[in-house]
Structure formats: structure tokens, C-alpha cells
Design a protein around this ligand. Structure first.
Ligand code: PLP
Length: 444
């Protein structure tokens, strides 16, 4: 049985018409990775307005760990909508928001007392985490890394690395942000082995506290334990440990941005758990809400209480609908069965991607990731590792033509990242991977 069912050319005429209206009505600044317009979705399957059914390996850019429209989230939303759509948590309290905070406090790494603040988007959560760290420490500096993606608000743009796509024309950016090299193992200098390279990156980090900014001026070091937009790069363990040690030594707040890598994507609830490292604050979003706009900062109660009352939050922060979705999503994801399935899905995808790399070594320079957070990096020549952005665009276009939605990532836009639901059934996953294989053959 085939899950993909293409009835028209892709895009079909109805998609074309809607996309034409989008072009006329919506700012060109809102990027668009595929030319299809969708009408409904369930699990790993998406149906477009022309009646074509696709397998979705883009997963709302990492938002749909539990797939599209999980019945538990849909019914929670329907029931909540009948009772209370909005109140504003600045005006009064309601239980759903407290439930989410309590659950995040319980399930995030660390057995210290914790508190949470909710927001509407990942960028807002990262920005709130910086405000909290500054208020608590009385310091201003924020250390971030090359390849990092933290969002599109002014503060988070300053913290985001990739300039041309996310920052061009939008400055001036927020001050007191210090960007340091990130140990991207694949792109280490020739002649350096992995261990030497990571040790050098740790030295650079420590040295930056002399050459760039004094620890007494640093409020926070912010790191994605697995870089998302940067190309699914797991942070080498000694580097993450170095950050933890420096934060402990100098009274700096360690912030783990798990907005993309959290909630099961790496096979554990949080990527930090692979490293046995407990950050002071953790930002979550995306799959936290199963598709509803909600994000959070959770961390040490003492730090979280740093800001003055009224300094955090906003009109929609902790909206009741978003909260019931988050509760249902967390209950779905935080089970041993769900997480072990995420690991199995990752192993299967990795096996197939590594097989493709062996067959097409001139094109696929690297296959990497953690759990099921996996990407392959396309190059023009595996020796020079020159990024092949055109091939990556051709590959995502080829998979779509065959009925599989995929998206790119990476500082050089030359990685294909796979973000299927983590509870995807084997036969759907197999069909998606077969399409990936055929599409690589199309463009190789
Ligand atoms: C690691 C990370 N941080 C922050 C963000 C920003 O989240 P949002 O798009 O919800 O503002 C993203 C989004 O891709 C992300 O991957």
C-alpha cells in the first residue's frame, strides 16, 4: 500500500492559485519552502488543496514530534475552546497555565526547585531567558556560537549566526552579544583530529573570556545542545561540559536552547540528558505545543525569580488553548514507549542515510545527528567539502515531486534535515525513505 497519492502535477492548479494569492497578499519577507497549499493533515500525512497526499518529513520544522493533529491534542483543544479561549494570565490565573508550568518544572533536567515562564514563540522564550539571566546576575553580556539559531526578534537576531538569511538589512542589532567559534567536527581544519579540535574549541572559549569579554560582564552562555538550523550538529560533550564548568566558576547562567532538539527529537526527552549536563535555564517550544504557539523558559527557581513582577509575559503568554495542547503533547511524548520509538526511527533513518552516503560519496559529505535528529550535508567534492546548496535545493524539489516534503538546514543551506513524527509507523517511514533514495538518485 502506498501512502503517497499524487492526483495532479505538483503543485496542482489549486495550490498555484492560493500561492499566487499569497504572493500578492503576504509580505515577500515570509519565506516559503514549497509551492503547495495544504488543506488537512494527520500523523505523517498531509493533503494539499488539489487532493494530493504527501508524507511530511518537515514536521512544521520540528514542531510535530507527535505528528499532525494527534487526537489527544485535538480533543483537548475542542473541549477547552468551549470553556475558555482567552483570559490573559496578567489579568487572572487559570489552572491550565499552572499545570503546564508544574509539568515543565517536573520533567526538565535537574532536581533543584524550578519555575517556568510561558511565551508564544521560541524567539520570545530565548529573549525572556536572556532577560531573566540579566536580571538575576546584574550583568549584560551574552555569549553565543557560530551556526546558532535563536530566532528573529531583535535580541535573538543578534544571537543568531547566519547573516544573509536572517539578519541582512535588519540592523542595528542588540549590543553585548559575543559570538564564539563552535566545534563543527565535520568542518574542522585538515590535520586536526576530533579530540584536538574539540580541545582547541574549549581553549578558544576560555581564552575569549580574556580576549573578548570578562566573565564579570557575562550574564549567560546560550547554546543549542544540538544545533538545529545550523545543520543538526550535536555539540561535542567536552565543549558542553566546558560551558557548564565556566558558568559554575564565574556565576554565569547556562541556557540550553532546546526549542528544536527537545521533546524527544534526539530519543531522550531533552538533548542535555545525553550529556548528563543540567543547564540553569532551558528554553522549549516547537513540539512542546504540538503545533499550538507556546514556548517556555524553565529553570532554577532562584534565577527565574530574578525579574521584577510585570517584567515577563504578554497578552497571549500561556493562552489556555495553547496550554491544553502543551499538556496533551507532553503527556504523549514523555513516555518510555514514545521515546524508544523515537530512537528506533532515528536508527532506521540513519541506516538509510549512511547507505546513501556510501553509494553517493561524491554528493553526501556527512550524515550526522543524535537520535532521530538527523541531517545529511551535500557537497560538491567530499575532499574540499565545498557546500552544494544547489543540489540541496534540487533534492528537496525532487522529493516533493515524488510526494515527500523535506526541508534544508545549515549555515550554507546545504543540509537536508529529516523531521518526521517520532511515532511514525514503519511502513510510512519506509515509503518516505524510499522516496528519499529515489530522489537522491534523480539528482546525483
Ligand atoms: C533552537 C531554536 N531556538 C529558537 C527558535 C525560534 O523559535 P520560533 O520560530 O518559535 O520563534 C528556533 C526556531 O527554529 C530554534 O530552532
Amino acid at each position: 500500500m502506498s501512502y503517497i497519492n499524487l492526483q495532479t502535477a505538483v503543485p496542482g492548479p489549486k495550490s498555484d492559485a492560493i500561492v499566487a494569492r499569497r504572493t500578492a497578499a503576504v509580505s515577500a519577507g515570509n519565506g516559503k519552502l514549497t509551492p503547495i497549499a495544504v488543506s488537512k493533515a494527520s500523523g505523517a500525512l498531509v493533503t494539499d488543496v488539489d487532493g494530493n497526499t504527501f508524507i511530511d518529513f518537515a514536521g512544521g520544522i520540528g514542531t510535530l514530534a507527535a505528528g499532525h493533529c494527534p487526537p489527544e491534542i485535538v480533543s483537548a483543544l475542542q473541549a477547552q475552546a468551549a470553556d475558555l479561549v482567552h483570559m490573559c494570565s496578567i489579568v487572572s490565573s487559570y489552572e491550565q497555565m499552572i499545570d503546564v508550568a508544574e509539568m515543565l518544572n517536573a520533567i526538565t533536567p535537574g532536581d533543584h526547585a524550578k519555575k517556568t515562564t510561558l511565551s508564544n514563540s521560541g524567539a520570545e522564550a530565548v529573549e525572556a531567558a536572556v532577560k531573566i539571566a540579566r536580571a538575576y546576575t546584574g550583568k549584560q553580556g551574552v555569549v553565543v556560537f557560530e551556526g546558532a539559531y535563536h530566532g528573529r526578534t531583535n535580541m535573538t537576531m543578534a544571537m543568531t549566526s547566519k547573516y544573509a538569511l536572517f539578519k541582512k538589512g535588519f540592523g542595528p542589532f542588540a549590543p553585548e552579544v559575543y559570538r564564539l567559534p563552535y566545534p563543527n567536527i565535520y568542518r574542522r581544519p585538515d590535520g586536526m583530529d576530533e579530540e584536538q579540535f574539540v580541545a582547541y574549541a574549549c581553549w578558544q572559549l576560555e581564552n575569549a573570556l580574556i580576549s573578548q569579554v570578562d566573565p564579570s560582564a557575562i550574564a549567560a552562555i546560550v547554546i543549542e545542545p544540538v544545533q538545529g538550523e545550523g545543520g543538526f550538529l550535536p555539540t561535542p560533550a567536552p565543549f558542553l561540559q566546558k560551558i557548564r564548568d565556566l558558568c559554575d566558576k564565574h556565576g554565569i547562567v547556562m541556557i540550553a536552547d532546546e526549542i528544536q532538539c527537545g521533546f524527544g527529537r534526539t530519543g531522550k526527552l531533552f538533548a542535555c540528558e545525553h550529556y548528563d549536563i543540567v543547564p540553569d535555564l532551558i528554553t522549549t517550544g516547537k513540539s512542546l505545543g504540538g503545533g499550538m504557539p507556546i514556548a517556555a523558559v524553565t529553570g532554577k527557581a532562584e534565577i527565574m525569580d530574578g525579574p521584577h513582577p510585570g517584567g515577563l509575559g504578554g497578552t497571549y503568554s500561556g493562552n489556555p488553548l495553547a496550554c491544553v495542547a502543551a499538556l496533551a503533547s507532553m503527556k504523549l511524548i514523555n513516555t518510555p514507549e514514545f521515546l524508544s520509538r523515537a530512537m528506533e526511527v532515528g536508527m532506521k533513518m540513519r541506516g538509510e542515510m549512511e547507505a546513501l552516503q556510501r553509494e553517493y560519496p561524491h554528493l553526501i559529505g556527512d550524515v550526522r545527528g543524535l537520535g532521530s535528529m538527523l541531517a545529511m550535508e551535500l557537497v560538491k567534492d567530499p575532499a574540499t567539502k565545498e557546500p552544494n546548496m544547489d543540489a540541496t535545493g534540487a533534492l528537496t524539489a525532487a522529493t516533493l515531486q515524488r510526494g515527500l516534503i523535506t526541508i534544508r538546514a545549515g549555515l550554507y543551506s546545504n543540509c537536508l534535515r529529516l523531521l518526521p513524527p517520532l511515532n511514525i509507523a514503519d511502513d510510512v517511514l519506509d515509503e518516505g525513505l524510499a522516496v528519499l533514495r529515489a530522489s537522491v538518485a534523480d539528482i546525483a
